[in-house]
Design a protein around this ligand. Structure first.
Ligand code: GLC
Length: 642
């Protein structure tokens, strides 16, 4: 992009020399990535696209407000801002949390009190009316859902958050738009420019050819990947629901639209974009049409564009895919560290639940061992629960290495978490049973899956309540100790149970993921301090303690990897982190039993003495074993040598 005359030409677009200099330096820094990726995807069309993109970049750069430019500079000085141990994320539906965007603004003390520095507000751009997949069917990316407020409210909220050091995170749904989106409307009206924004086929020949190898995302309520549309007289690609039309990213116009949208929203104060369903954006006959190399080129190009105009902005990939595919979203080889800044660690979440059910950490160890290391400038998004169901993403290979049968174990987990398995503590619902594969995904809140709901059903049996509280805190300890951004899902700080009233709302009733998308219980939030024995209060206090401890534990910086240490006890997971300040070993007892761990196991890594950051106690690894009581977590660090 930086041809020799370009600099001179561009300078004329600026009144201010320093502004011009900044833009040109960034273009010089990211131009090659941009150009390389656009050429890889668009071939000969790339040059024309770049010319148009340059206009978009210049426009957005000029429009960038002063306070956000300041943030850009601050971020450039702190490129690891998403990796530091004080980063705590919170994920909430604005309406379920606080009614409106203004309402959210009234609860900033609450969020700050929890230590939140990253707030992901679930889809809030204007969706289609009626069913809209929890807002993931967007009808207008430049408007806010009417009942939540306006774009100006969003900017004001972003400003308020920024003033407290909290980053606003929004979803960017880029695989599809609502059938009611203007582009789809124009396509339906026959406008050829907009028909080319989608994948529309006149007959079943191509759809059938694709279907031979495509999986189904919602086999239950949206089987198949194509939907007949009368108005367009064609089969439209709809990976998700029939009303979510997949976009054709092979069309450079689509790229340009999204580059413009990202910068528009970034200038409104959005700091992190969650790239929704990013794995699906490139289609290729003969495969699953997921994780194609073009996806990573497109992300690299979008990121380069964002870095030029708004370097404060980061990308988080929502790719719920196998580890070998996932690592490409953070970048490998030529893309190393140049794609998304962050990606969900779905496997960690799956393994936590799998191990809580089996009380055996072998599979967890194998799954983590199979994970390739991530680029050191990237981070994981880690979570105990999120707004989606849990799919048992456990590979047959990992299972075999752990001495398990993959399908058998997945079957067990579905039985266990739907409460069918004898002795199960969980209360979950089966989501999207797929008779073809036997898959049964699971919906349910963290607390209900961890046993709190069942324990309270039997009259609050103290032992069972205690187990549930400890399970939840163990799960949070693993997430907070792993290195990355822990994403607390709204209500989990209060151990909120399943909300079965979702069936009363007609557009939610068919989708039982709403069982774990409750409304915030502010009354309970207010009681946790005065009633410390409530299960909610115990979880809340435990979680706050974990957050505080994490903040003061530099070993948890996300540039450092957590490695599995062979554990002599199948109930205990041992992880090691090698930080310049010293070694950290974490021990997690995934059972309700007391475990005696031979102390040489810890001495081999830590030396004779260590401190448990969580319990605050000192350990000497002498002849006696280390006692780990039920669901206990230890964060052991070497004593600092003065
Ligand atoms: C993502 C969202 C999920 C949604 C899907 C389609 O996976 O997390 O809730 O259904 O994308 O947009």
């Amino acid at each position: 992009m930086l041809k020799s005359d370009l600099g001179a030409r561009l300078r004329t677009a600026f009144d201010d020399d320093r502004d011009a200099e900044t833009f040109l330096l960034r273009l010089e820094r990211y131009g090659a990535d941009l150009q390389g990726s656009l050429r890889a995807v668009y071939g000969e069309q790339a040059d024309a696209l770049q010319e148009r993109l340059l206009e978009v970049l210049l426009h957005a750069y000029h429009a960038r407000p002063a306070d956000l430019r300041r943030l850009d500079e601050a971020r450039l000085l702190r490129p690891d801002w998403l990796q530091t141990p004080d980063m705590i994320g919170y994920v909430a539906y604005a309406d379920r949390f606080a009614g409106t965007l203004k309402g959210v603004g009234e609860h900033l003390d609450y969020l700050q009190g929890l230590g939140v520095k990253y707030l992901h507000l679930m889809p809030l751009l204007r969706p289609r009316p009626g069913e809209n997949d929890g807002g993931y069917a967007v009808a207008d990316y430049r408007a806010v859902r009417e009942d939540l407020g306006t774009l100006d409210d969003l900017s004001a909220l972003a400003r308020g958050l920024r003033g407290r050091g909290v980053s606003l995170v929004l979803d960017l749904v880029l695989n599809h738009v609502a059938r009611e989106h203007e582009w789809a409307q124009k396509a339906r009206a026959g406008d050829p420019k907009y028909r080319a924004y989608f994948h529309i086929f006149p007959d079943r020949i191509q759809p059938d050819a694709f279907e031979r190898t495509l999986p189904e995302v919602f086999p239950d309520f949206a089987p198949g990947n194509f939907t007949w549309d009368d108005q367009t007289q064609g089969w439209v690609w709809t990976t998700f629901n029939t009303y979510q039309w997949d976009l054709n990213w092979a069309n450079p116009d689509v790229f340009l639209e999204f580059a413009d949208l990202i910068l528009y929203l970034a200038n409104r104060g959005v700091e992190v974009f969650r790239l929704d369903a990013i794995a699906f954006i490139w289609k290729r006959l003969g495969g699953a049409s997921q994780n194609e190399p073009e996806v990573h080129h497109l992300t690299r190009a979008l990121r380069a564009a964002a870095r030029i105009v708004a370097p404060a902005v980061a990308f988080k990939a929502e790719a719920i895919v196998a580890p070998g595919d996932l690592i490409h979203y953070l970048g490998t080889r030529a893309h190393h560290g140049k794609v998304s800044d962050m990606a969900y660690h779905n496997s960690l979440m799956v393994q936590i639940w799998s191990t809580l059910a089996s009380r055996n950490t072998r599979l967890f160890e194998e799954a983590l061992r199979a994970f390739p290391p991530k680029p050191t400038n990237t981070t994981w998004g880690m979570y105990v629960r999120c707004h989606d169901d849990i799919g048992w993403a456990i590979s047959d290979e990992d299972a075999a290495r752990a001495g398990l049968n993959g399908p058998g174990h997945r079957h067990f987990l579905s039985d266990f978490y739907s409460g069918e398995f004898p002795g199960s503590f969980a209360r979950g619902l089966v989501f999207q049973y797929n008779p073809a594969t036997g898959d049964r995904r699971i919906s349910g809140s963290g607390a209900s899956l961890a046993g709190l709901e069942a324990a309270l059903e039997v009259g609050g049996d103290a032992g069972r309540v205690d187990d549930a509280v400890r399970r939840l805190l163990l799960a949070h300890a693993v997430v907070l100790g792993f290195g990355g951004v822990p994403l607390l899902y709204m209500g989990d700080e209060l151990a909120l149970l399943n909300d079965y009233a979702f069936t009363d709302t007609p557009e939610h009733a068919p989708d039982n993921r709403w069982v774990h998308r409750p409304r915030m219980d502010w009354e309970l939030a207010g009681r946790v301090e005065t009633a410390p024995d409530l299960p909610a209060a115990r979880v809340n206090a435990g979680l706050r303690h974990l957050i505080h401890t994490r903040r003061d534990t530099p070993h948890l910086h996300a540039s450092i990897e957590s490695h599995v240490v062979p554990s002599p006890d199948g109930r205990v997971l041992l992880l090691r982190r090698d930080h310049p300040l010293g070694v950290m070993v974490q021990a997690y007892n995934f059972s309700e039993e007391e475990v005696l761990l031979p102390s040489h196991v810890l001495r081999d890594h830590l030396g004779d003495h260590a401190t448990d950051r969580l319990g605050g106690s000192a350990f000497t690894f002498g002849p006696y074993p280390v006692r780990l009581d039920s669901y206990r977590a230890l964060w052991l660090v070497q004593l600092e040598i003065e």
